[in-house]
Design a protein around this ligand. Structure first.
Ligand SMILES: Nc1ncnc2c1ncn2[C@@H]1O[C@H](COP(=O)(O)OP(=O)(O)OP(=O)(O)O)[C@@H](O)[C@H]1O
Ligand SMILES: [Mg+2]
Length: 348
């Protein structure tokens, strides 16, 4: 039987981009495939010069193609796209973006302050007030929104090669964790992170979403920068806990948004206090009021205080977000108020 191009492409579609659950064909890396008798010529274009990536792809392509009966010779030409600096090209010029009206990024200088909790519950609170709300979990190193939302399904692709978000509690939701293996991402920096975040933003079918709440990884690094370069973020919410060590990082968060020209929508103080059950007393476990002070100091809005509530933690672990399951709780009411302030700020 004579070899043909389709046969080769079919096999290349099984070769994954190192570290991704996606193949090199759908990533757009394979530029040309030629077949002459038993000889195959393949041209591959890498997104950036990278020797390790090059040799990994080269060897997996070789193994895959030489495994096709009838192929005797393979010639792989791997080139790399030169990194072009195009500072004038902002995310607004990105034609691959869906027309989302408001991108609301949830950030924190420090990890573990409740950023994902706030992102999930804020998105849910907004969805009780507006239609067409989405939640994007862009925490490449610790995606937790699927667990907090109780999502066990994996997303599927649409006919147009886009990935369809998963719907739950009236929200559209998509996590970068569905596409990227967390263990691989641990060692990524710069271009790899950028590629993953960009792909993630552009390849998800967000059509029909007006408000997109984004859970960022903690800190102020590559992923935040990539997201800001890819999507026209409307504003950023900064989450902190009341104690000093967390508050120091609020400053870094504010400076990051300032540098990226993204308005700070305000500060949320999470784990702000504990109402002691059965009494009318409260306990300031991590201190109290630091978020408000920081907001004043940096002249940004203070959005609200979320109490410590075991139902938040249990809800997060079991996929029963508090805003959905205990909408009357003090914490949920705080989330609704924060949602109001955020909406007022982005819609004006
Ligand atoms: N107000 C709260 N009351 C009780 N538990 C909370 C509260 N806020 C967050 N938690 C719990 O604290 C833990 C950390 O919260 P979360 O995962 O939202 O933090 P994060 O800032 O997103 O962390 P990371 O930096 O790892 O992404 C979770 O178990 C969550 O359920
Ligand atoms: Mg998180």
């Amino acid at each position: 039987m004579e070899l043909n191009q389709e046969q080769i492409v079919r096999v290349l579609k099984k070769v994954n981009y190192p570290g991704f659950n996606r193949d090199i064909v759908s990533f757009g890396l394979v530029k040309n495939v030629e077949v002459q008798d038993s000889n195959v010529n393949i041209t591959i274009l890498l997104p950036k010069p990278d020797d390790k990536l090059k040799s990994e792809i080269e060897s997996s392509v070789k193994t895959a193609v030489l495994g096709i009966p009838g192929v005797e010779n393979i010639n792989i030409d791997i080139q790399a796209r030169q990194q072009k600096q195009t500072p004038t090209e902002g995310p607004k010029d990105n034609k691959n973006l869906p027309d989302i009206k408001y991108y609301i990024a949830v950030a924190s200088g420090k990890g573990g302050v409740g950023k994902s909790t706030v992102a999930v519950n804020l998105a849910l609170a907004i969805s009780k007030k507006r239609d067409k709300v989405g939640l994007m979990d862009a925490d490449i190193w610790g995606p937790s929104a699927p667990i907090m939302m109780g999502i066990n399904d994996k997303p599927i692709a649409s006919g147009k090669n886009k990935i369809l978000p998963i719907e739950k509690f009236g929200l559209k939701m998509m996590s970068i964790g569905f596409l990227v293996n967390e263990e691989d991402a641990v060692i990524w920096r710069g271009p790899m992170v950028h590629g993953a975040v960009k792909q993630f933003v552009e390849d998800v079918e967000w059509k029909g979403t007006d408000y997109l709440v984004i859970d960022l990884p903690p800190g102020t690094g590559d992923a935040q920068l990539s997201l800001a370069q890819t999507a026209p973020l409307t504003g950023g919410v900064i989450v902190t806990t009341p104690q000093d060590v967390a508050l120091i990082d609020v400053k870094r968060g504010i400076l990051m948004f300032n540098k990226l020209n993204i308005p700070v929508l305000g500060i949320v103080e999470n784990m702000s206090y504990l109402d002691i059950p059965g009494t009318d007393q409260r306990m300031d476990i991590f201190g109290h009021g630091g978020g408000k002070e920081m907001a004043k100091k940096f002249n940004v809005p203070f959005l609200g205080e979320i109490p410590i509530d075991p139902d938040i933690r249990i809800g997060g672990d079991t996929g029963n977000p508090i805003v959905e399951f205990k909408p009357e709780s003090k914490a949920s009411l705080a989330f609704f108020e924060i949602a109001d302030k955020v909406l007022e700020s982005v819609e004006k």
